[in-house]
Ligand binder design. Structure first.
Ligand SMILES: C[S@@+](CC[C@H](N)C(=O)[O-])C[C@H]1O[C@@H](n2cnc3c(N)ncnc32)[C@H](O)[C@@H]1O
Length: 223
């Protein structure tokens, strides 16, 4: 794991101008834009975008043997949760957007939706704890606490992805990162800091837009 992070840090090449963009980006206030109540908001078609599909397929691969409890923080309408794990897995999805949770419930999926702010709740026990595309919506300073909560509540694996910026890939131009806005972007240095002291096996996978992180605790996944 250290070797991988070292290589990522070596590849970090942020120019002064790019850093300025990032500093400005970090001053964004996390606020609702209201779009979460629009019918097209966070619709299933989002997962047809190639890099989003790649992320979905990564979660599918990591969860292919999970038949226990799968929990997702920031689950929106539940598309990822509905499409990962063994068919009989119990699925619990948590999101604080009333619009997304409402539309998810209306789909009558095999998902128990909980409308809540995941930063304020105790995480349910899980065999796979998923946090796809959601940790960038809270302030960086609070992220490690959520990762620790996830590790504490998972018997098996913890999976999350973060928008990735190594000085070349720019993740904040594509216009879908709203409601609430992103509060930070992950760089090699930040990833290194976030993972310090985590004594479980971790892997990192990069795609065009994000870094995908798998922390394996072990435990019995299939049942
Ligand atoms: C970009 S969407 C990701 C949806 C889904 N997990 C995926 O990857 O396709 C982020 C979701 O996280 C939710 N979210 C952000 N901050 C949250 C918080 N503090 N508590 C609960 N949900 C949150 C938003 O409402 C939104 O639905």
């Amino acid at each position: 794991m250290v070797g991988v992070i070292d290589r990522m840090i070596e590849s970090e090449n942020e120019s002064i101008a790019q850093r300025k963009i990032m500093d400005n980006f970090n001053t964004h206030v996390i606020a609702w834009g209201g779009q979460e109540n629009a019918p097209h908001d966070h619709c299933d078609a989002l997962y047809d975008i190639p890099y989003v599909r790649e992320v979905l397929e990564w979660y599918q691969d990591k969860c292919k043997d999970v038949g226990g409890v799968i929990v997702e923080m920031g689950c929106a309408e539940g598309y990822i949760l509905d499409n990962v794990g063994l068919p009989d897995a119990r699925r619990i999805g948590i999101d604080f957007s009333p619009g997304r949770v409402g539309r998810g419930r209306a789909k009558r999926l095999n998902i128990e939706f909980i409308e809540a702010d995941f930063t304020t709740i105790e995480f349910p026990l899980a065999d796979a704890m998923l946090m796809p595309g959601c940790l960038e919506h809270i302030y960086y300073e609070g992220v490690r606490k959520q990762i620790d909560k996830a590790i504490g509540a998972s018997r098996g694996i913890v999976l999350f992805d973060l928008p990735w910026w190594d000085g070349e890939v720019n993740t904040f131009g594509s216009g879908i990162h709203l409601n609430p806005a992103h509060a930070w972007v992950c760089t090699p240095t930040r990833l290194d800091h976030l993972m310090q002291g985590i004594n479980y096996n971790a892997t990192f996978t990069l795609n065009k837009e994000c870094v995908m992180i798998d922390i394996t605790k072990g435990g019995i996944l299939a049942c």
